[in-house]
Design a protein around this ligand. Structure first.
Ligand code: B12
Length: 275
């Protein structure tokens, strides 16, 4: 299996799977039945031996709880980072208001992640069928993430994870962080990330940036749109305010939740913004 075949395989799952469309039996509004969730994915291939992975263990970056690619999978030779941009239908949900996310975005958050989990499992099985080892940290039993502050749990840091898809995407060559803390790729910020580790040696990408926030113009559009007041050009991003606001969406839209404001109708929505 070569780089191009792997890209074709994963892209084929995104193109062809009915799980990348909202099913009739779970739809919030009838007109969203069959809505496609993700566009064609973008790939970045990282080197698991990149010393920047060690830096992620520093407290000021992520922390010692971050598990390196080798800790997840001894013998790993390639980190495959995948960006799945949301379709225009998801980004332009018709019932969006300045305060609340659209039904389309809620489907993108919840059914979109369910599709990603399936896509990862299918992709891992496909790589293994060629005789290589592969695994997706986010599907592994050791994976954890905390979307609240970690005061009650000393081993798990708050607002963190032992495998951060954005940091992995940054190292692999997708793009850089933005003021909202989302990662801005060549196809923008509005989408979700996933990753696979494998012992297949695939040609790596070069990072096209040197600074952490290089792709962000610091225009402040995301700060103006944030209904939680969680983003500030001067103070950066307040995860607690963001998370508390997400809780109000969970109460209102149960069993779904989410917020689109820092990812849509901003200059970095679908591209790297001009400075
Ligand atoms: C915890 C979490 C949250 C928390 C905290 C958010 C955060 N930014 O960390 C809360 C609940 C607030 C949250 C909210 C949302 N989330 Co969220 N969340 C996560 C999760 C589970 C872990 C993130 C994590 O590990 N953070 C760790 C801390 C350390 O990150 P940080 O403080 O931002 O990191 C900074 C430092 O490391 C610093 N730094 C300092 N020195 C150095 C040196 C180096 C070398 C580097 C690289 C960095 C660095 O740079 C970073 C940026 O400032 C990931 C899934 C995953 N496993 O990756 C999704 C994830 C980050 N969330 C995502 C999304 C989409 C959202 C929401 C839009 C919700 C929604 N979908 O409706 C909102 C708003 C996002 C936002 N603006 O932050 C996406 C991001 C997509 C993107 N384009 O970037 C992710 C990747 C999920 C996914 N699978 O796609 N989320």
């Amino acid at each position: 299996m070569k780089r191009v075949e792997l890209i074709q395989t994963v892209s084929g799952i995104v193109e062809g799977s009915s799980a990348n469309r909202v099913a009739e039996d779970c739809v919030i509004r009838p007109e969203l039945s069959g809505m496609r969730i993700f566009e064609s994915p973008l790939f970045a291939f990282g080197d698991p031996m990149d010393p920047t992975f060690d830096k992620l263990k520093e407290k000021t970056v992520i922390g010692p709880h971050f598990m390196s690619p080798q800790e997840w999978m001894p013998g790993v030779k390639t980190v495959i980072s995948i960006f799945l941009p949301f379709t225009e239908e998801v980004r332009r949900g018709k019932d969006s208001s300045p305060q609340w996310p659209s039904s389309a975005w809620l489907h993108g958050r919840i059914e979109g992640q369910a599709f990603i989990n399936m896509m990862l499992a299918m992709s891992v099985a496909e790589i293994e069928s060629y005789g290589y080892k592969a695994m997706a940290p986010s599907l592994d039993g050791r994976y954890w993430s905390l979307i609240h502050d970690g005061n009650t749990d000393t081993e798990k840091a708050g607002f963190s994870s032992n495998w951060s898809e954005r940091h992995v995407a940054y190292i692999s060559g997708h793009g850089t962080f933005g003021l909202s803390k989302g990662l801005i790729t060549k196809h923008g910020i509005a989408g979700r990330f996933a990753s696979i580790l494998t012992d297949m040696d695939i040609e790596k990408d070069e990072r096209y940036y040197t600074e952490l926030y290089e792709n962000c113009s610091m225009c402040g559009a995301c700060a103006k749109r944030c209904p939680a007041g969680a983003i500030s050009v001067l103070k950066g991003k307040d995860h607690k305010k963001c998370s508390d606001y997400l809780d109000t969406t969970a109460a209102r839209f149960e069993p779904r939740y989410g917020c689109d404001k820092c990812q849509t109708k901003v200059p970095c929505e679908t591209c790297i913004p001009e400075k």
